[in-house]
Design a protein. Sequence first.
Length: 905
Amino acid sequence: MYKKYILFALLSAASTPIFAQQANVQGIVRNQVSKEPFSNVRLVFEKNQKSVVTNSKGNFNLPKLKPGAETILITGGNIQETKITIQIPASGLLDMEDIFVLPSNDNDNTVLLGMAADDLLDDDNESFDQNIAAKIILSNDVYINKIGYQLSPFRFRVRGYNNRYEQKYINGVHFNDQLRGVFNYASIGAINDLTRNGDENNAMDASTFTFGSIGGSENINMRASTFAKGTKATATYTNRNYYSRGMFSYSTGLLDNGWAFTGLIGGRYADKGNIQGTFYNNFSYALSIEKQFRQGQHSLSLVTFGSPVKRGQQSGSFQEAYDLLDNNLYNPNWGYQDGKIRNSRVVTAYDPTAVLSHIWKIDPNTKLTTGISLHYGKYASTALNWYNGPDPRPDYYRNLPSYFTDSITKQQYTALWQSARISQVDWDNLYLVNKLENKLNDGAAIYMLEKRHSDLLESSFNSTLNKTINEHSKLTLGIGAKGSQSQQYKTVDDLLGAEYVLDIDKFSERDFGQNTVQSQNDLLNPNFKAHNGDTFGYRYNINIKSANAWLQNEYSYSNIDFFYATQLSYSSFQRIGYMKNGRFPTNSYGKGQEHHFVDYAFKGGLTYKFNGRHLVNAKISYQTKAPLANDAYISPRVSDFTFEDLKSAKIFSTDISYIFSLPKINGRISAFQTNFTDLISRQSYYNDAARTFINHGLKDMNQINRGVELGMTYKVDNNWSIDLAATKAEYYYSNNPMGAQNSENGLINNEREMVYLNNYYVGGMPQTAGTLGLRYFVDYWFFGANVNYAGDMYLAKAPLRQLASNYTSINPYDPEQNDAYHSLTQQEKLKNSTTVDVSIGKILYLKNRKSMNFNLAVNNLLNNKNIRTGGFENARLDITAPNKFASKYYYMQGINCFFNVSYRF
């Protein structure tokens, strides 16, 4: 393949003056299977002891190389390590054009990661934080690439960071939403083939498109010209959230007239998911159009995509419920209605998006990228609600055998739980109760199904200038602006046979009576009778605006690279209420106070290159970060109140890495620490003592995330290789924040008390984790096996259980009371877990550049169904019966598979 390069080099050398001593080498690294460019691939020029990394288009350029024979080691997390030999001319430019390398022999991991993103990133607002990032797919970092996919079922987070600390861009435009601060992965579900190209940078590395964030940044490149010409059809079977997936895409490549087109349609479907009561129905589409002008000096791109979905959800439950049914995947959300399964928690979501971007290559050393985007995310989730009737949830604690004290009743309820009428939602009974109400009274709903809406209209603008000053220096400048309108409301989804639902607060009614001002959800429309489709309960918008400007300088020399960057940003948010709540008549309706923040950030990094194979990298960053509107309001459904003295959080982060790339082994070892100061959070729960819904806010909360990481690949020979990725870390609270309780019935107003969280661990993710993999490749057959480990995972502490006022009656000399105190305040640690995964695949190359790809992955091969992947502590407590309000848990699915077939033509 490389004879033409050698011949070109020899001819060039023969015609070059003998006194020239240095030359430049450039080229493009491409995937031999898909023909698409490989980004973030490192090329090590061994004799020159220099290295270079490919950009988002697979390009590389390395200047000032000594002439003569040279061996290039090509390595990266997503490719098979390759060596080639070239002849560098005495001077001038050696253009190697296309260098084709094979994807790593881990069974086409990008395909499997696409599945993982589909399968695990549909978590809704009320569930866990999303825990796979696009950077796992884009990154060639061996640690992130391996540990991210293999440990995703354990809800692993890189460095313990929430997804709000990861920045996502599409064609240079910022896409983290301004309400929750995260990227909506569901918006790109089942369009995986168009989201695999792009740039990524880890932690606070220098970046070509953003100032960055501690969790890293990714810029997904969906421009039509970046996709290889051809058609691809994909069919998938899996037994996870859905059973079948299909995708069909076509790309023209860049045509002679400067146009390029790429289109995709796809979908995912399961009438009955692997978890009983769930289902999945999704259609996806994407269209990318690009026109290049003046020999590529200007490029205008338009991308539009969407992935509407409707799916039935699973919820966590108590261990008692799992044990009663001998099923750790028990789902309390569903029940039978007229003999058919119906789920009470159904999500419908659709986020249509358009991105218009322009690239202007001002001169060979200057590029300006400008883009705007518009998207309107519509999200809704149904839930049961009830008025003056027993709680209809089957796993409500009063419906469990443990609630009863006498043994006979316990035995009766234990037996009854074997019937779906008790262990699941009894839809027929809910209809019956409402019909009786219709006959006996005026038809007001006792039970009904409501739909909670969280819509977001958002527009973004970004412009970035990349300038190469000289061979040692680069300058990057960027500006951005964003406007968002969050629309929060709920509607009547199904009256379950009733005539209407009376729009009053059921908690306030107990304390103030039905006809009082305080019980009204909307004084502008008192005693409103809501019918199917009507808005009731609450309705408000939050308008959010932001702007930023940043600058970055990079310097590169033979042995040292360094950079620094700074950013200045402004943000504001304001609540606008459309209902005058009876408990907060002066703070619920109309425009509330507008909150403003000015923030700044700085980062810098240095890399010392001992040679092309050994590097040491160190980075440091400090930034202030405005509170998210979603966190700032204490009870946003009913009032405009925010935390007192709202202020920006402070984040100080450092890390140091040793990066090595040897003939047999490559990888990195890193140590990191991040200090968070002045964080805020809010938890909502029902308080038995107050008999109302409580919003418990925490402010001035400090947190420390620190640990070490190791990622490496050892190449045994041309067929066998071994991967290791592991981390040992600790994420914990480092102070006791101030808490404030507010009730939605208005009786509890800003009750302040310290919450004792100091030295408790941050819950929800493993803090020790690793994966050891064995990979084999021969004749385009791929085989992989991994042993995965996750440990030191804790349940997050409920703030109510950490209040000293709850334990004033405790007698420390009374063993029973002392045990109750420790039971309620100690943090639960989940069991350490191990799983085994295997995968196999085959690539068939056919005539005329056609190919077929087969992939089979089997996860949790040992079928371990007792692995807890998370949960949450019950916010309620009873000192006299500490086990009365137990925690809820989530479990990993047993053995599961993913089979994928794709055909390129």
